[in-house]
Design a protein around this ligand. Structure first.
Ligand SMILES: NCc1[nH]cc(CCC(=O)O)c1CC(=O)O
Length: 305
C-alpha cells in the first residue's frame, strides 16, 4: 500500500485517482489518496501575485520529504523548474491535449466574439496572447477552480480560457467552443502533462511501476519546454508560451514571450534531430537564448521572474 498525496480540487483528485489506478494495475498494489492543502488552495487573491512559482506544490513536497506520503501527482505546468533537493520526478505519463480552450456563451469562437466582450483568465500568458489577437476585448482577471470559472459564463463574462486537459479530466469538454491553434495561443510549458514525484529512497516496487507509466515522448517535449522557461529565468505565471512535439525524427519547439498588454510578441521555433534528454535540454536553452537576443528579458515582469 502506497500513499499518494493530492490537492483537494476536483481536477487534482481526478488526475491523482487516474494515476493511482494505473499504478495499481501495473504494480499490483493498493494506492490510497491523501489530501494535502497547499497555499494555492488556501489563499485568495490574484494567483500571479501569490509569490509566483510553487504555490501549489510546496506542501506536497514537504509531505514527501517527511514520509507522510510516498508519491505526489502534480500538474507539470505548476512545478517550478528548479530541482527540489531530495526529490525526483519518477514518471511523466503520456500528455493529454496541451492546448488552451475558449469556453464562451453561445459557443462563439474568439473571432466571433463581439467587440468589448469580457474574457476571463488569471494567466498573464493567456491575457497577453488574447490581447495580441484581439485588441478590442476586455480581459478580466479571474481565479478559482475550473467549475467556478465556467460558472462566470452564466454570470458576468462572455468567455473564459482554460486548459483543454483540465476540462477533459473533469468531463467538461462539452463546454469548449474553440481549441486554440498554436499560432493563436501557445500553452504554458508542461501544460496537459503530469509529473509524479517521489523522495529519494523510495521502494523499488513503486519506481518500477512508475517507470511503466512514463512516456518518453512527453518527457522529451516537456524537458525542452521547461529548459526554455528556466533559461528565460521566468516562472510558471510569466507571459511565456512553449510547446514541443516529436515530429518523426525531429523534436520541434515553438515558444513566445509576450508583453502582458499584448503590444509585443516575440515568437520563435527551433528543431533538433537529437532525441535525448540532453538534446531536448539544449534545444530549450538555445531557443531561449535566441529569444533573449531579440529582447525577451524586457517583456518578463520582475515579479513573474
Ligand atoms: N493553473 C492551474 C492549472 N494547473 C493545471 C491545469 C490544467 C491541466 C493541465 O494543464 O495539466 C490548471 C487549470 C487551467 O490552467 O485551466
Amino acid at each position: 500500500m502506497f500513499k499518494l498525496g493530492t490537492r483537494g480540487s476536483k481536477l487534482a483528485r481526478t488526475q491523482s485517482q487516474q494515476i493511482a489506478d494505473q499504478l495499481s494495475a501495473v504494480g499490483g498494489f493498493d494506492v490510497e489518496l491523501v489530501e494535502i492543502r497547499t497555499d494555492g488552495d488556501v489563499l485568495t487573491g490574484p494567483l500571479s501575485q501569490m509569490g509566483g512559482t510553487g504555490v501549489f506544490v510546496t506542501a506536497l513536497r514537504a509531505a514527501l520529504l517527511d514520509g507522510r506520503i510516498d508519491l505526489a501527482v502534480h500538474s507539470l505546468k505548476d512545478l517550478p523548474t528548479a530541482a527540489a533537493p531530495g526529490l525526483l520526478t519518477a514518471a511523466v505519463p503520456i500528455r493529454a491535449d496541451a492546448r488552451d480552450a475558449l469556453c464562451s456563451r453561445s459557443h462563439r469562437t474568439l473571432s466571433e466574439l463581439p467587440s468589448g466582450a469580457k474574457v476571463g483568465t488569471g494567466s498573464p500568458r493567456r491575457a497577453a496572447q488574447l490581447r495580441a489577437a484581439r485588441t478590442d476585448l476586455e480581459v478580466v482577471d479571474i481565479r478559482g477552480n475550473v467549475d467556478t470559472r465556467l460558472g462566470r459564463l452564466e454570470n458576468d463574462l462572455d468567455a473564459v480560457v482554460l486548459a483543454a486537459a483540465g476540462l477533459g479530466r473533469i468531463d467538461r469538454s462539452a463546454a469548449v467552443s474553440e481549441l486554440f491553434s498554436s499560432e493563436l495561443m501557445l500553452p504554458a510549458p508542461g501544460q496537459g502533462a503530469l509529473a509524479v514525484e517521489v523522495a529519494h529512497g523510495t521502494a523499488a516496487s513503486l519506481t518500477a511501476a512508475l517507470a511503466a507509466i512514463d512516456d518518453s515522448a512527453t518527457r522529451l517535449a516537456v524537458t525542452a519546454e521547461r529548459a526554455l522557461l528556466a533559461r528565460l529565468e521566468a516562472g510558471c505565471s510569466a507571459p511565456v508560451g512553449a510547446f514541443a512535439q516529436l515530429q518523426g525524427s525531429l523534436l520541434r519547439l515553438e515558444a513566445c514571450v509576450c508583453a502582458v498588454d499584448g503590444s509585443r510578441v516575440i515568437r520563435q521555433a527551433k528543431s533538433t534531430d537529437g532525441i535525448t534528454e540532453v538534446a531536448a535540454t539544449l534545444l530549450g536553452i538555445e531557443l531561449a537564448e535566441a529569444m533573449l537576443a531579440d529582447g525577451a528579458a524586457e517583456l518578463i515582469p520582475a515579479e513573474l521572474g
